[in-house]
Design a protein around this ligand. Sequence first.
Ligand code: PLP
Length: 465
Amino acid sequence: MTQTTSTHHEDGTAPPAGRFDAVVRAAVGQGLLGEGSQVAGFIDTEGVRASVGALHDAFAATPGVLHTFAAKACSLVPVLRLLAECGMGCEVASPGELRLAVEAGFAASRIVLDSPAKTREEIRLALALGVAVNADSLDELRRVDALRDPGTESVLGLRVNPQVGGGSIGPMSTATDTSKFGVALRDPGAREAIVGAFRERPWLTRLHAHVGSQGCPLELIAAGVAQTYELAEEINATLGVRQVTSLDIGGGLPVNFTDETVHPTYADYVAALTAAAPGLFSGRYSLVTEFGRSLLAKNGFIGARVEYTKDAGGRRIALTHAGAQTATRTVLMPDAWPLRIGAFGPDGTPKGGPPLAQDIAGPCCFAGDVVAYARELPELAEDDLVVLYDTGAYYFSTPWAYNSLPRPAVYGFRTGARPADGSGKGRSDHDGPVAFVTVRDAQSLDNIAAESGLAHADALVEPGD
Ligand SMILES: *Cc1c(COP(=O)(O)O)cnc(C)c1O
């Protein structure tokens, strides 16, 4: 298993200051974590703005880029609205995500619909709204043929799989030879079929590829984008007209989960793309990006109480309230998705003390519900808190309903004293007040019962039983 950085000091005494220490302390002080609120997700709204700013800066030299946020990475309406306000568009992949994007206030022209299993109804709605649609296959294109009104404002594209290979996490690799996504570009006859599909459809103007995600080196992603660029050039040259006018290059920038630093950066990504496909930034094509994890992961964390500790077979185990219901990926694939974990006292101050190897377990009733095995942390005790870092994307926003555990509350926060002019001057992550807002309420027991068929409670018994 990958060795990840823990928050204890080598000399085993004072822990180093962490970016969110003041936030954890304030969350306890304001009753958002502790007895009665066992687990919650937290989002750094200023951090999100800064990450969006870094993305826009990296592409600043290229006009006509639409940066969309992959809604699945943090499918919460207030987060999507924040991103809309920051100038992002939205990539959606289901009727539910499309609904969230519309509720969040994204203009239809800034929404892109992907997904490998779009129903006719979904396509019809997207075309009526004017949302861009990337068909995942030639069969799906034929459905679009039948449903498309010539007056639709939707930009229509075709997803290809450049088949450049996978990364280190099999289930995250979308560009293997046998990936389920897109038209497999290197299969026999595929290029000709794709060129033919564009020839028959003058309204088909976009190529899409998403080579990702986590675990894929930048060069691999860039090679996939370069293949897509070259295909666009080939289509336009063969047809003798610049029919392909935009390229949707997907997302998938990997995130560093081993410490607080952000790398690779968006600037590194643009440099890799420039090296692999210099023409990409020439202005010949307008570009769409679809980043998810890299915008949110480091701007969120999970805080959870330690309910008990125990020893079993010579091993220390901390039983916490953060398990598979909120850290699903890490619990199911601990080697692929290791998380940094911080240890805090009941008052929310970082714990010191010599490191002790402890299993950090969750509340679910299956033995594998462990977010970290033998992690060296200051010794945890009842009522302490653990913090799971870098969990702003695909963690608390995407809970699993196992054991009827409630969806945890999610809070947004701002740190530091903010001057009235809003300039951000004088802001510091380590002092000043921390202001929280509710992004999602914790799920209530009434709601759990309702979602578990309460309205149909008698459905399986005879009337009068
Ligand atoms: C998931 C997904 C993304 C975002 O991937 P990240 O790794 O979160 O950046 C972008 N595009 C498509 C089509 C996706 O499925």
